[in-house]
Design a protein around this ligand. Structure first.
Ligand SMILES: Nc1nc2c(ncn2[C@@H]2O[C@H](COP(=O)(O)OP(=O)(O)OP(=O)(O)O)[C@@H](O)[C@H]2O)c(=O)[nH]1
Ligand SMILES: [Mg+2]
Length: 451
């Protein structure tokens, strides 16, 4: 089932609670049934769907929503946390004494991921990593892998002329003997037919790998479960890597794969370049799946002195419609505390903040340098001026420019930016859908007086 469908169905199930102040058993049963249907259509296996919905049912009946939180939001949070639970806590895989076998269907990103993973462990863990190209079917596979790893110093073993994959692996393992980690890339399969099955089994036997990673394209929907189960029977999958999460797909097929194999997602691929690779975090993934944006990711970027509460308070204030220079200042301060804007924006839903998530790198850089300048200027303002920027006529502007060592033009630019930001915030406020999305992400309800 297309992922949009999954999200729609989940929202539809939750919709059954609309307008209710308390849960009743009938509604919960109905919700659970509808949710189970959604999960089954998303290729969850029957047992898993049953367990999941039973837990949600129980929690809905037993747990009171936090004060001020609507029942629907409460249910969404429960579903979210249960889905996260299914994906499990991410496994820590130490790059030491490991042989990793990469398997997966044709074109899913195995070769690219082999290179990414090798580089990840080399760079982040200073591990001595080697790779073996055991794909004897894709022309140029060895070259593709070597090219990606060019300049990293990672050893690439391959025999482009050979057609005997298992032999390559045997020789390769000997050759790279002293490496901490050896990663083996294998041939893609259209489907797992006889010969290829045979070949993979042979490779698996020779490799005797400590980890078998299933590489799966985020776009794979319905087919993911059965596909994963075939590979699982063959090699015993121990970890899942989801690729192409930089695209529009949200990666729901991966959930079915994980629920079939029980092998947690360990890493995700987010682009074609070797560095476009991240350790997997289940809560971010589910947020994305349910279209909630990566707000958790945003909060995670914050250092210790910036807690979730503060982030929420700010969001609330921004959405309240008041938007003084002080608010903009707080927003800037938070963003600069959190890190570079670039990092922040990449974690927001594309449409949020008037499409800021879509800004080009150049635009983002420009904004970053503006922010720094603005901050200096604002330090020369009185509190009253920051609260009521409309007070800032030419004599005050002159004074502030002088005090901050900037030009009057700079000060005017800041005011123009404030005007623009204010409009943008109004835009968000006026956009009901966006507002709701933001509020539900933050666990904020309409009743809290945001209207
Ligand atoms: N955007 C994006 N593209 C990716 C990602 N991972 C792989 N690709 C692209 O997907 C295509 C296929 O990737 P490969 O690594 O060759 O896939 P493969 O599974 O080795 O393919 P075969 O060897 O033919 O089975 C290439 O064009 C990659 O650049 C990713 O995370 N994001
Ligand atoms: Mg390949």
């Amino acid at each position: 089932m297309a992922l949009e469908g999954f999200k729609r169905r989940v929202l539809g199930s939750i919709g059954l609670l609309k307008g209710k102040r308390k849960v009743d058993e009938d509604t919960v049963k109905e919700l659970s049934k509808s949710l189970r249907r959604a999960l089954l259509e998303a290729d969850f296996n029957v047992r898993q769907a049953k367990e999941l919905t039973e837990r949600i049912e129980r929690r809905l009946l037993e747990e009171e929503p936090r004060p001020g939180i609507r029942l629907e939001t409460h249910a969404m949070n429960l579903i979210y946390s249960e889905l996260v639970r299914i994906l499990g806590s991410p496994r820590e895989i130490r790059p030491h004494n490991q042989t990793v076998l990469m398997v997966g269907l044709y074109g899913q990103g195995k070769t690219t991921t082999t290179a990414k993973l090798a580089e990840w462990w080399r760079k982040k863990h200073s591990a001595k990593v080697a790779v073996i190209e055991a794909d004897v079917h894709r022309p140029g596979a060895y070259q593709q892998l070597s090219q990606m790893l060019d300049g990293t110093g990672i050893e690439v073993y391959g025999e482009p002329e050979s057609s005997e994959a298992a032999k390559i692996v045997r020789k390769g393992l000997k050759q790279v003997g002293t490496a901490d980690v050896v990663i083996i890339d294998t041939a893609g399969r259209d489907s797992l037919d006889g010969d290829l099955k045979e070949e993979l089994l042979e490779i698996a036997e020779v490799a005797n790998a400590s980890e078998r990673f299933l590489v799966i394209d985020a776009q794979v929907g319905q087919a993911a479960g059965p596909m994963a189960s075939t590979f699982h029977e063959l090699v015993g999958v121990t970890g899942t890597i989801v690729t192409k999460l930089d695209g529009t797909a949200r990666g729901g097929g991966a959930l079915s794969a994980v629920s079939t194999t029980g092998a947690p997602i360990v890493f995700v691929g987010e682009g074609e370049k070797i560095g476009d690779f991240e350790k997997f975090e289940s809560d971010r993934f589910i947020s994305r799946l349910l279209g909630m944006g990566d707000i958790k990711g945003l909060i995670d970027l914050a250092p210790d002195d910036l807690d979730e509460q503060e982030a929420m308070r700010l969001t609330q204030r921004l959405m309240s419609g008041r938007f003084t220079l002080t608010d903009m200042y707080a927003q800037m301060e938070m963003m600069s505390k959190i890190g570079t804007l670039d990092k922040v924006l990449s974690h927001l839903p594309d449409t949020m903040f008037g499409g800021m998530g879509n800004m080009s790198v150049g635009q983002k850089r420009q904004m970053q340098s503006n922010l720094e300048r603005f901050r200096v200027i604002m330090d020369s303002m009185t509190q009253e001026e920051k609260d009521e920027p409309l007070l800032l006529k030419s004599s005050r502007i002159r004074r502030i420019a002088h005090g901050s060592g900037c030009s009057e033009k700079d000060v005017k630019e800041l005011l123009a930016q404030w005007n623009k930001s204010k409009k943008m915030m109004r835009g968000i406020r006026g956009d009901r859908k966006m507002r709701r999305q933001m509020q539900s992400m933050m666990g904020i309800d309409d009743e809290l007086g945001l209207g």
